[in-house]
Design a protein around this ligand. Structure first.
Ligand code: EPU
Length: 420
């Protein structure tokens, strides 16, 4: 298992470039299962979850050709519409193939994901929705089997709570269902809208993606298409916070500022200066003194749970007490326990982290527990005095493309130590 060794205390300076969004690329790749024709996807980040999804598509029978950050995926015949436990246990987003496989093949067998480091994360809402579209759902031996030999039928699908991949899974199922489907209380994340844009290019008929009501008129077949994945707003947000926590001067290029409205607002309130230099570029600089500002995670367009850990790191450097509330996942404060070891003053009470700052952090040996927790530890290490060793950075490799190279390019002293 690789680790990062980081010498803190260097303000970042220079340019950080944002890759394509992992959480948009994953459903886009799953969507390629909906047609026998080739689909070309550009700006695919080279991260471990993407490699896992590629393996999954290949296991199902798709041919995948990589050329730089472009993937050409051709799902001519799908002999094995299955997602085995070995892959699902390393990436929960594997359940994204469920909807497209039932829609295209009339059957799918997908391992149920188990618990995970940030919460229970069941897929009951995906299954309920597919049931509403007429699929028969059967659970056995840790797998869910969904069948619809006569094809899916359009239906009303009201989600009990907002789910991002649930909305995406059902959207992919609905595009080939007979008749109209209405997804209500749907996720409004930009990744859902990006998936709808791809599906529309493939011949689907979708209205309202990006709002909480999505209407789909099913079509008989989809065709090949070419699509460029949107910028990763979570990577961009992480970089903004890296610039802010080190009191650096960084330009973040290739992002979509509108997708970052909530975190930018919080950071500005906290005293960070963020300006849009040219379209798609944000410059972050210290404004005045960094002050505490409370934040609560919410579904988009609210403050993303995927930026909560990084924001917690930032607040350890802010003057005053900030209360950070996590409303999406029930167990997403593992990073705070590691930050305590670096000298942070954080108390966890149920779903809240109460951070008192500023505290001088000091380098320590810490363990990354999940993807975004790892990113927050990198941020804490960048500002800490002395050396931090972050173990198990395979978590960060799941979702950040070459993060150590990118940060090093902006002056960070970060090194990957490869394990044997
Ligand atoms: N939920 C259910 N039942 C379901 C589905 C979800 O109870 O069937 C609950 C979850 O347990 C959670 C809440 O609903 O408490 C929201 O979960 P959601 O389904 O929206 O999460 P997800 O689709 O599994 C995606 C991202 C996550 C991100 C969340 C929230 C992808 C591949 N993953 O997960 O990204 O945190 O939405 O925005 O899009 C990450 O990139 O680090 C990451 C965890």
């Amino acid at each position: 298992m690789d680790s990062f060794v980081i010498q803190g205390g260097v303000p970042l300076e220079g340019v950080l470039r944002v890759s394509g969004a992992k959480n948009s690329a994953l459903p886009a790749m799953a969507a390629c299962l909906l047609t026998a024709e080739p689909v070309t996807l550009h700006r695919i980040p080279s991260v471990r979850d993407i490699h896992t999804m590629r393996q999954l598509l290949e296991l199902c029978g798709a041919a995948v050709v990589e050329n730089g950050d472009t993937l050409r995926i051709e799902a001519g015949e799908l002999a094995t519409p299955e997602a085995p436990y070995e892959l699902v246990k390393t990436m929960r987003a594997s359940s994204l193939v469920l909807g497209p496989l039932v829609a295209r093949c009339g059957r799918a067998r997908v391992s149920l994901p188990g618990g995970c480091a940030i919460g229970a994360r069941p897929i009951n809402l995906h299954l309920a929705g597919l049931g509403q579209l007429g699929a028969r759902i059967h659970q056995t031996h840790g797998y869910v089997e969904a069948t619809a030999p006569q094809g899916l039928r359009g239906a009303m699908v009201p989600f009990d709570r907002i789910t991002v991949t649930g909305t995406e899974d059902l959207l992919m199922a609905a595009v080939l269902a007979e008749g109209e489907t209405v997804l209500s209380n749907a996720a409004r994340e930009p990744e859902v809208a990006d998936l709808a844009a791809l599906l529309t290019k493939m011949g689907a008929s979708i209205d309202g993606a990006g709002t909480s009501t999505i209407r789909v008129r099913g079509v008989q077949r989809l065709h090949g298409a070419e699509h460029t994945i949107i910028a990763d707003r979570i990577e961009a947000g992480t970089f903004l916070m890296a610039g802010a926590i080190t009191r650096g001067d960084v330009e973040i290029r290739g992002c979509v500022p509108e997708h970052l409205t909530a975190p930018i607002l919080k950071m500005r309130q906290a005293g960070v200066e963020i300006t849009e230099t040219v379209p798609g570029s944000l410059r972050v600089r210290p404004g005045g003194k960094l002050v505490s500002v409370d934040a609560a995670t919410e579904e988009y367009p609210g403050f993303a749970t995927d930026l909560q850990a990084q924001y917690t790191a930032l607040m350890t450097q802010a003057q005053g007490i900030s209360i950070i509330t996590e409303t999406i996942f029930e167990n997403r404060f593992m990073h705070a326990l590691e930050m305590l070891r670096m000298g942070a003053n954080i108390r966890i009470e149920a779903r809240q982290a109460i951070v008192a700052g500023p505290t001088e952090l000091s380098g320590a040996a810490v363990i990354a527990s999940d993807l975004r927790a790892s990113a927050s530890l990198v941020l804490a290490a960048l500002v800490a005095r002395g050396e931090t060793v972050i173990d198990r950075v395979y978590h960060i490799d799941r979702g950040y493309e070459k993060i150590e190279e990118k940060l090093e390019g902006a002056g960070a002293r970060i090194q990957r130590i490869k394990s044997e």
